[in-house]
Design a protein around this ligand. Sequence first.
Ligand SMILES: [Zn+2]
Ligand SMILES: [Zn+2]
Length: 293
Amino acid sequence: MEPDPVAPPAGGTAASVSPPPQPSSSLIFLGTGCSGALPDTRCLIRASTPPCAVCSLGLSLPPERNPNYRLNTSLLIDYCHDDGTHKYILIDIGKTFREQVLRWFVHHKVPSVDSIILTHEHADAVLGLDEVWVVQPRNYRNEIKQIPIFLTRFAMDSITRRFPYLVEQKPEDGDEDAQAAKIDWKIIEEDVEKPFVASGLEFVPLPTGAGQLDLLILEANALHGVGDAFSTHLTLSETLDAIKRIRPKRALLIGMRHFFEHQRENQMLAEWSISEGIPVQLAHDGLRAFIDL
Ligand SMILES: [Zn+2]
Ligand SMILES: [Zn+2]
């Protein structure tokens, strides 16, 4: 991926988007939150303690104008082909997917999804699979077209156990009105040497040493402290250390829990960006970043 280097970094409000220079590809952040999403329901219902400021803010504004309202991490790539046609590639379809369709597919006028990539098999990445049929494209006879879903063998085994009705599709079950998703499951290898192509766009698993990245999208899960040795998640200081090592032209952060208040952390990151010479901001749900693919 080669993001548009002239696209400005994400601003400090939920309403800020980069202006489209011309018909072009873009990334739509459907969700920038953690596995539990925000507001954190535990934080809100605990009678003994008042909710934290971020979760209170998360309820005080409508989600579309609220950068502290963060659904499961998910990215939609709007890939503009040379002939001007658009293909939509979805990365992860978590348990908040229905709400993301209601909110951001409608807002950004996304009609359907052409292919899906699953990064892992957790609920925050796959539980929306039950809703796939809603976003599948249709052919001229209004029949649902088959959609490719790319995933590892490990994720496939897990999904086969949890969604047998999506995997074991028998032709005789093909009641037109049953709205069963038609899925072409495609196993990918976790190997940088084995790129794959989804809707005409090439993806390289875990590219390393590929020169300077135009845009790095990285997790920052907790605000302070060092991550414990058992956690697979990054704290903000670990994330910023990684950005200094990788030195992309620009970075956007995702996966933030309720320790992150959008405006406050982005002000801090703006100062960090100036001193380190790398623009870094928190992404927010609904953000659209124009990019050269
Ligand atoms: Zn909270
Ligand atoms: Zn997960």
